[in-house]
Design a binder for this molecule. Structure first.
Ligand code: XLS
Ligand code: MG
Length: 343
């Protein structure tokens, strides 16, 4: 039994399609996916607004309430809680060139109204945390948008959501690119700077995804530490990335074990779990994984995380102190690597 609460989203169990090939595994119905969580060691579910209420844009407020309540009852029945709800603005054709930062004012208004409804879904699902992954808030061509106006549109949108629901908190999930060529808010630094410009900065924080930090050229554990010291790390998407390429959403610790150790080390140091933070794995199964085995990326990530919690908790702090006092970082590094190798 871990003191950590683990979460993933229904999109993390998927058919294996990629930009170069169609689905390769059968679709598992959402209701069937929900039944898998507890047995895999997960107690929380990440949701998009249209996971909770399909075709949400076509639904009345009453229908949104009703369908969200039905899902909440389903989660309750499985002993699961909703960790977060995120407005999925990037799949709708209207959001093709950005939603909050679209050049078209009507699209910006659609994005704000959709996000207000997402806040209603958060409430109905029993969570106060909305995640904004600003997927298409950026440009393919710099000159296609005013970056100055775009950042102000983002602040206006967040302010509208905060005003709509005085109890909602918003975690901005930064990512430097993909699907856009360049995305606004590429780092946690940008995210928390925007948070401080909003009408209620206390209610705006961050979510850090391992691979997004790596793609931005940063160390995920230092990014986490930056947010943690400010009391602004409200969720994490742990995964991994094998070099600077497309967002791989690899199992946590699968490529960069030392970096994963340091992510767990900083979460432990800050008592992230004591602050109520949950650990989500935003990971995808390899296309080659057979359908019957296409949840191992999630259970492997959780297992590796728990192994690393043990490694952090059994790390020789006296030896660390001695090496630091002697400024003998070569010995410190060997000790860390040998500890991770189980030597
Ligand atoms: C990107 C996002 C995405 C989810 C949540 O990494 O986390 O995976 O849809 O917005
Ligand atoms: Mg993510």
């Amino acid at each position: 039994m871990s003191d950590y609460t683990f979460s993933f989203g229904p999109w993390n169990i998927h058919e294996g399609a990629d930009p170069f090939g169609p689905p390769i595994r059968p679709t598992i119905a959402f209701a069937e996916k929900i039944k898998l969580f507890k047995g895999m060691g997960f107690d929380a579910v990440m949701l998009h607004d249209d996971d909770a209420v399909p075709d949400i844009d076509q639904k009345s407020s009453a229908q949104v309430e009703q369908e969200a309540a039905k899902l909440k009852a389903m989660l309750d029945g499985e002993g699961l809680v909703a960790e977060i709800v995120a407005p999925r603005l990037w799949e709708d054709a209207r959001g093709a060139d950005g939603a909050f930062t679209a050049n078209d004012q009507a699209t910006r208004q659609w994005a704000i109204e959709r996000s207000k409804r997402c806040a209603d879904v958060c409430r109905a699902m029993g969570t106060d945390l909305m995640v904004l992954w600003l997927a298409r808030e950026g440009t393919y061509v710099r000159e296609a948008k005013s970056a100055i106006k775009s950042h102000r549109y983002l602040i206006d949108a967040i302010n509208a959501i905060l005003e709509h629901d005085p109890g909602i908190r918003i975690a901005i999930e930064p990512k430097p690119n993909e699907p856009m060529d360049h995305a606004y808010i590429p780092s946690i630094g940008h995210a928390l700077a925007i948070a401080h410009q909003t009408a209620d900065p206390v209610r705006v924080g961050g979510l850090i995804e391992t691979a997004h930090s790596q793609l931005a050229g940063f160390d995920a554990s230092d990014d986490m530490a930056f947010a943690l010291q400010a009391g602004k790390l409200w969720s994490v998407h742990l995964n991994d990335q094998n070099g600077l390429k497309y967002d791989q959403d690899k199992s946590f610790g699968s490529s960069n074990l030392r970096a994963a150790f340091n992510q767990v080390r900083v979460l432990e140091e800050a008592d992230y779990v004591g602050s109520g933070g949950m650990v989500a794995f935003d990971v995808k199964a390899m296309r080659t994984q057979p359908a019957a085995l296409a949840t191992k990326h999630l259970t492997n990530s959780r297992q590796i995380f728990l192994h690393l919690v043990e490694k952090v908790r059994t790390w020789d702090r006296n030896l660390e102190r001695q090496c630091i006092d002697a400024c003998d970082y070569e010995s410190l590094e060997l000790a860390v690597v040998e500890h991770l190798m189980g030597v």
